[in-house]
Design a protein around this ligand. Structure first.
Ligand code: BDR
Ligand code: CA
Length: 315
């Protein structure tokens, strides 16, 4: 069983990823920290606590994390993708549980010390909390076992600018700090997450299940569907954060996941927020690029939606 710390800007696909983690028998979800991205860090904590209440898992501690990125201020979120409240403007029953004292960076540091060499850090929002934690505890890279992030695009186009994916775009400085720290990061970016989608049929299966957590996700999905349907030309949504969660849980075999160096463009020009993946090692004649210790998932061995659907239905 893998202890996982989940860092999230919850978020509709973040809620699906949370459901996946709750369902997985291989995962011990030991703490959740929130960050501003899809909505504010405070709203993400409220959404997380309420969803945990619906799922009957109020025992999992939630810490509010960074409101603002390392540079500048939170831009207000993505209401067009995730609704004004981050979860498609549905109202979950208000949970009585509150966030713990201390922020998300403190939580991940404490968990890393509690589970030395065992903790998986899974980040599916901007990486601000991780960057703060790295500043506060320089030993963090030696303490954690694995880091899996949803973010970036190695070869695919961006989804906020032509080159920048949302989680990187919201805090490029933090993302660069995470990729330059002395640990190995598995990057699950748009190259692979845009290729795995939930259909109307999947959504209906959640509605018809009669299970509260599945029905809550189904209700949130209306907003997410409205955003993605014109993008894909049919009613479906991309499974960004859930796929990163399944990879963090160790459930997914990869077909193509090269070892690469990754830096983030932190300039103010048109490249800001781009993940620069050094894949020259894929040519025979080049030596492995310097700093090539990360893994970028480009293709997985299965259609992911059926596995996710089954997981959500079991919460
Ligand atoms: C990422 O941005 C957010 O909208 C999603 O929750 C996901 O983490 C996709 O670019
Ligand atoms: Ca997210």
């Amino acid at each position: 069983i893998t202890p996982i710390y989940y860092d999230t800007d919850l978020g509709i696909d973040d809620a699906m990823a949370l459901a996946y983690l709750l369902a997985s028998p291989k995962v011990d979800l030991v703490g959740i920290g929130t960050v501003s991205g899809n909505c504010s860090a405070a709203a993400a904590a409220r959404n997380t606590l309420d969803f945990l209440g619906v799922a009957g898992r109020a025992d999992i501690p939630v810490a509010v994390g960074a409101h603002d990125p390392m540079v500048g201020a939170f831009d207000g979120g993505s209401p067009e993708v995730h609704g004004d409240n981050g979860i498609g403007d549905i109202e979950l029953p208000a949970a009585s549980a509150e966030a713990v004292a201390g922020d998300a960076a403190d939580m991940v540091i404490e968990l890393a010390h509690t589970h030395p060499g065992r903790l998986t850090v899974l980040a599916v929002g901007p990486f601000t909390n991780l960057a703060i934690a790295l500043e506060r505890e320089p030993e963090l890279p030696q303490l954690v076992a694995d880091v899996v992030v949803m973010g970036g695009a190695a070869c695919a186009p961006g989804n906020v600018t032509p080159v920048a994916e949302a989680n990187i775009w919201h805090d490029p400085e933090a993302a660069d700090a995470v990729f330059t720290a002395p640990w190995t990061v598995t990057m699950v970016g748009l190259d692979v997450t845009m290729a795995h989608r939930f259909s109307l049929d999947d959504q209906q299966a959640l509605t018809q299940s009669g299970r509260p957590a599945a029905q809550a996700i189904s209700a949130m999905l209306d907003t997410y569907m409205s955003f993605y349907t014109p993008i894909f030309g049919e009613p479906c949504v991309a499974l960004h954060d859930p796929l990163a969660a399944a990879i963090a849980a160790g459930d997914i075999d990869t077909v193509c996941a090269p070892t690469v160096g990754i830096r983030v463009d932190v300039t103010d020009g048109p490249g800001r927020g781009r993940t620069i993946c050094d894949m020259r090692g894929r040519y025979r004649g080049y030596p492995a690029p310097e700093g090539a210790r990360h893994r970028v998932v480009l293709e997985i061995a299965e259609p992911f939606a059926p596995r996710l659907r089954e997981a959500i239905l079991s919460v």
